[in-house]
Design a protein around this ligand. Sequence first.
Ligand SMILES: Nc1ncnc2c1ncn2[C@@H]1O[C@H](COP(=O)(O)OP(=O)(O)OP(=O)(O)O)[C@@H](O)[C@H]1O
Ligand SMILES: [Mg+2]
Length: 297
Amino acid sequence: MAPVIRTEGLTKVYGEDRGIIDLSLECGKGEIFGFLGPNGSGKTTTIRTLLDLLHPSSGRAEIFGLDSRSQSRAIRARVGNLPGGFAYEKHLTGRELIQLFARLRGISDLGRAEELAQRFDVGLDQPLKQLSRGNVQKIALIQALFHSPELLILDEPTSGLDPLMQAEFIRLLEEERGRGVTVFLSSHDLDEVERICDRVAIIRSARLVAIEDVHDMHRRAMRHFVVRFDRPVELEPFAALPGVQQLELVDGRLTFSVSGTADAAVKLLAGYTLTDIEITHPSLEELFMTYYGGDHE
Ligand SMILES: Nc1ncnc2c1ncn2[C@@H]1O[C@H](COP(=O)(O)OP(=O)(O)OP(=O)(O)O)[C@@H](O)[C@H]1O
Ligand SMILES: [Mg+2]
């Protein structure tokens, strides 16, 4: 199947400043794709370029197999977006703003705006200038979702949402994915990306440094064991575990790490009487430290 989003050497430079350099990625139908990177790494630039709000300096992007520049009008009707750094008309109410966006998209009704407003617990009839930051964000999200688009391109969608609303939003995205909707979202919140995304691209200093499947990453990750026994044990059987690292036995406390499956270690431990055991996974954050590590730009 053709990818829903495809970029090829996509580059946007702002004069001397970097924006994004040579970005190539693909995002499949029904996928929740996370775009992760520190401040200033190029997330908003990428999203605005995909949405044809910025023009690439070189390279290209295709959405639904259509060219992001020459066919942007046809693309726009099928996409819901949160472009980031967007200045809303603060004197308008939520309803008026959504009506405005509906007209821009050539749609005559407000679709499921009311239903979403109820779900997010926000009124549509107050001027935006009277709303809190989180509630303005909810209106912005409703604006992206009300017409049930088949692709969502969202720049930091949960920014400003409280944990309850963040959880509600994640549930909503999962429902959307269930209907075959594709989601491309940016974030610098690793925990959030870990909870929501199927795949994640890491961008740093304008360049793509990795694309990983979140579940694969966890499968490959190290498991850390801390074990106590009811009697003294020998180290040798544990040293023979495939891929074992950081093996240590201090005061009857055995610690080691294995990569990938924990199965062999668990089977070996089954032959002992344990008084305590702890098996921990690294968080996505720890896994990504290798990419982020060192200097933050
Ligand atoms: N309009 C602009 N003119 C010049 N430079 C810009 C402009 N917009 C962004 N940049 C530069 O491009 C780089 C990427 O910025 P961008 O806003 O895409 O980062 P980001 O990953 O979205 O960051 P954040 O997490 O802070 O939102 C930065 O170095 C930024 O200073
Ligand atoms: Mg940004």
